[in-house]
Design a protein around this ligand. Structure first.
Ligand code: COA
Length: 193
């Protein structure tokens, strides 16, 4: 069983994990609890290092990820959206073995490089709250710095307090209020990490 769990969570191998506790959580079948518990272990032991890959992934893989994680997105036409971000956005991915567990797509096509725009960011439910969202954001900020973009923007639903809190940690602040959402921006000349 332990081997099966460590196979499933390949990216956590090598960490000091209480496998018995994990086994009990797995028996309860609640992926989120497993994620939260792992997160606490990892946070206690210091910052977590995950590999964020900046690589363009095919439209079918984007579509599949968004369909599987449909509850994480408010996008209506997933096919059309996947096609658009496949063609026009820069992709950032975190894999667990072959499985995409976190995905972010950003437009870096402003002609004067005034700002990049994070059009989607999501982490699979059972992998949330262990720092992956933060790792994706950090990667986009690093990309923006490297490519000499001045700012990074995004739109977030006013109710999405978890995401807003995460963005604030990375220096994002409100620049505009829309009907049900906020536009946040961070100046990335001086990243906060
Ligand atoms: C927003 C999202 C990408 C964050 O990803 P994540 O991997 O969980 O983020 P992190 O673990 O890096 O950090 C999240 C912060 O929010 C908090 N958080 C995350 N999940 C939480 C939960 N279920 N309950 C309470 N707080 C939570 C964490 O405490 C953390 O802050 P901390 O480091 O100060 O403790 C993820 O929740 C998600 O995919 N949500 C659904 C899609 C979405 O809303 N995307 C944003 C659209 S604008």
């Amino acid at each position: 069983m332990v081997r099966a769990i460590s196979y499933k969570y390949k990216w956590l191998r090598g960490l000091d994990v209480n496998w018995n506790k994990l086994y009990q959580l797995c028996l309860q079948g609640d992926g989120r609890k497993v994620g939260e518990w792992f997160g606490n272990c990892v946070k206690k032991g210091g910052s977590m290092s995950v590999k964020v890959e900046q690589k363009q992934i095919p439209v079918d893989e984007i579509k599949h990820y968004l369909m599987v994680n449909k509850s994480l997105t408010s996008i209506n036409n997933i096919s059309e959206f996947s096609k658009k971000i496949c063609e026009k956005a820069v992709h950032f991915c975190i894999y667990d073995g072959g499985i995409l567990m976190g995905f972010m797509a950003c437009y870096f096509n402003h002609p004067a490089k005034l700002f990049g725009f994070i059009t989607t960011i999501s982490v699979g439910k059972s992998y949330q709250n262990i720092g992956l969202g933060g790792s994706l954001l950090k990667a986009s900020i690093e990309y923006a710095v490297k490519n000499k973009f001045e700012k990074l923007r995004l739109e977030v639903n006013v109710d999405n307090l978890i995401a807003i809190r995460l963005y604030e940690k990375f220096g994002f602040a409100k620049i505009e209020t829309l009907k049900n959402s906020l536009i946040l921006e961070t100046v990335i000349k001086n990243p906060m990490f």
